[in-house]
Design a protein around this ligand. Sequence first.
Ligand SMILES: [Zn+2]
Length: 77
Amino acid sequence: MGLPARTPVRDVRPPPGRRACPRPPAPAACGHCAQENRLTQAGFHCQRCAHTAHADVNAAINILRAGLALRDAAQAA
Ligand SMILES: [Zn+2]
């Protein structure tokens, strides 16, 4: 499965995406980043705000936000 034509692609190297609580505006999420947020291979549980998610979904949200931040910065320049 490929990307649709003209889909922008960005090389994103976020901070440890699987350990960071997605930053607001995600509901009940705070941006806290700690190894302890990963209690299992698949599970994410923020030790500060108690946000829970599948680790892969959590990482995808963090990577998406990092990519959007790069896009916004590029558009602002
Ligand atoms: Zn949190």
